[in-house]
Each structure stands twice: as C-alpha cells, then as structure tokens.
Design a protein around this ligand. Structure first.
Ligand SMILES: Nc1ncnc2c1ncn2[C@@H]1O[C@H](COP(=O)(O)OP(=O)(O)OP(=O)(O)O)[C@@H](O)[C@H]1O
Ligand SMILES: [Mg+2]
Length: 289
C-alpha cells in the first residue's frame, strides 16, 4: 500500500505545486488523478518515486519511508514502481525487444547491459509480455518504426518487466487517438488486475478515467478537491475541479459518436456495465475530453 502524508512540493521558482496532500492507495487499486493543467498531477506522481524531491511530508510504500532512502536504496525501491509516460521515452534506435529489456537494466549489471546480454529468463518474460500486449510479431522492429499505440504498449511492457508493485502513469493516452486511448487504458487496467498492481494514472480525459478507474482523485492547485467513486463526478464536482463550465451542454454532441465507437469496439464487460448504470451519466462528462 502507498501512503502519502502531508506532502508539500515547493519548486525553487516559488510555485507551491502540492499543498499538503494526504492520500492512500491500497494494494490492487487503480486510481485516476484528474485536474486542470498545472494542478500538480505530474508533480505528485514524480514525488512518489522522487524524480521530484518533495519539500516536506511522508511517502510510505508498504511502510518503507521513501524520503529517507539513500540514492542507492532509492534505486532499488524505484524498481518496485513502474513508470509509464505520455511521450513513451523509448530508445528510438533500439528494437522493441531491447526497449522492453531495458526495464531490467537495474537488475543485470552495467557491463552485461552494456553488451546487451540479458539472461534467457528476462528474454522469455519480455516475449510473454509482448505477446500479452499483442506485439510479439514486432519484437525486432525498431522503436522509431512504431505507431503511438504500439509505442505505448512497449512502454507498458518495459514498466512491467521490472515486476513492480505500483504503476505510476503520467498521461498515457495524451498523444493517442480516442480508440487507441481506450485500448491502452483498458490494457493498463487489465494488467493491473491480472498482476494485482496498484496504479496512479494521471489523465486529462475524464471520461476515460471514469470508464476504467476504480477511484478518482481530483486535484486543483495542489489540493485534493474530490476523492471518490467514478459515479460521483457530478457537474458540481467537475466545476469544483475544473472551474465553471456548462457540463450538461455537451451531452448531445458526444452521444452518437460514443455509441458508434462502442459498436466498433465490441467493448469489454466493464464498459458495458458502465453503460447500464443509470446514475453514471458518462456522456455528461464527455465535453472535458
Ligand atoms: N520543474 C519545475 N519548476 C518550477 N515549477 C514547476 C516545475 N514543474 C512544475 N512546476 C509548477 O508546478 C505546478 C504543477 O505542475 P504539474 O506539472 O505537476 O501539473 P500537472 O497537473 O501535471 O499539469 P499538466 O496537466 O499540464 O501536465 C505548476 O504551477 C507548474 O508550473
Ligand atoms: Mg502533468
């Protein structure tokens, strides 16, 4: 379990990006973090693995105090937290397989990795993961030959090959078309379920967050202003998070488009369930996406 207590981040510029965040993410929970640009979403997930150094507060991963760790211990603990980025951060000239294996670099030692010699067990696991995300055929392709969706699948495999307990995901779908975005979100959430991983997913697309996450946390100006179920995202709550806007007015525009997409998709059970839940007025939220 991840526990964050009174987390504050003040950048050198004086920006107080986080103003005392308290948050617990139980094992196995997929949580979406939403909020307007500049709310502090990226800062929050980067503080968890100390890519950004917090100013004060505590971060506990299964009672291990992340802030107290030396750099060498931190490196070990970071392996327990897989990261997935919007911009994929792949090495362009390396193959898909090599990019996935690079997630194991922390384990294989510098010289072995320098000569790109990975144990057979790592290669087998990379294959299994690539197969799972539908990229087995592409393992020898160079990263720069892939589409955005394929690149993100590689990014997911690279994070998972570390065998993390927690996934930190920053805008995984921001560069993807709507259908690919859904596929990627679905994949991340299915993998979390299969591997009993918890995840914090920063996402701008409220509809996607609502469709796939078990819990939504709304951040605004460095403070949590909503923490609850996806169903609880009413227009009032959205106004609180994003500011005044006529959320109702966007309903009709998106309805048809959404149905069309669902028909194309086949749609997994979870989405189908959501469509049947009357109080979950998904379309009301579509204008935010
Ligand atoms: N390296 C930095 N130096 C100074 N200020 C920063 C830095 N990174 C972020 N900030 C500031 O901290 C605040 C939160 O930024 P952050 O990137 O965490 O927001 P975000 O919610 O991820 O936004 P977005 O949705 O645009 O990605 C903003 O006011 C931003 O300007
Ligand atoms: Mg961000």
């Amino acid at each position: 379990m991840l526990r964050i207590e009174q987390l504050v981040k003040q950048y050198r510029t004086g920006d107080r990006a986080l103003k005392g965040i308290d948050l617990e993410v139980p094992d196995g929970q997929v949580m979406a973090l939403i909020g307007p640009s500049g709310a502090g979403k990226s800062t929050l997930i980067r503080c968890v693995n100390r890519l950004v150094e917090p100013t004060s507060g505590r971060i506990l991963l299964n009672d291990l105090d992340i802030r107290s760790l030396s750099q060498s211990k931190l490196r070990l603990v970071r392996r327990r937290m897989g990261m997935i980025f919007q911009e994929y951060a792949l090495v362009e000239r390396l193959t898909v397989m090599e990019n996935v294996l690079s997630g194991r670099l922390g384990y294989v030692g510098f010289w072995r990795s320098y000569f790109r010699k990975f144990p057979q067990s790592d290669i087998d696991e990379a294959f299994r993961l690539l197969e799972r995300v539908g990229l087995a055929e592409m393992c020898d392709k160079r990263a720069d030959e892939l589409s955005g969706g394929q690149r993100q699948r590689v990014g997911i495999c690279r994070a998972l090959i570390q065998n993390p307990e927690l996934l930190l995901v920053d805008e995984p779908t921001a560069s993807l078309d709507p259908k690919t975005s859904r596929q990627i979100m679905r994949l991340i959430c299915e993998l979390c379920q299969e591997r009993k991983l918890s995840a914090i997913i920063n996402i701008h697309d409220v509809l996607l967050a609502q469709m796939f996450a078990q819990r939504i946390v709304g951040l605004q100006l460095g403070e949590i202003v909503y923490d609850g179920s996806p169903n609880g995202l009413t227009p009032d709550v959205l106004t609180q998070i994003y500011g005044e806007e006529d959320w109702e007015a966007t309903i009709e525009n998106v309805e048809e488009e959404d149905l069309e997409d669902e028909a194309l998709d086949g749609g997994p059970d979870r989405e189908a369930e959501h469509k049947k839940t009357p109080e979950l007025d998904r379309d009301r939220l579509s204008g935010l996406t």
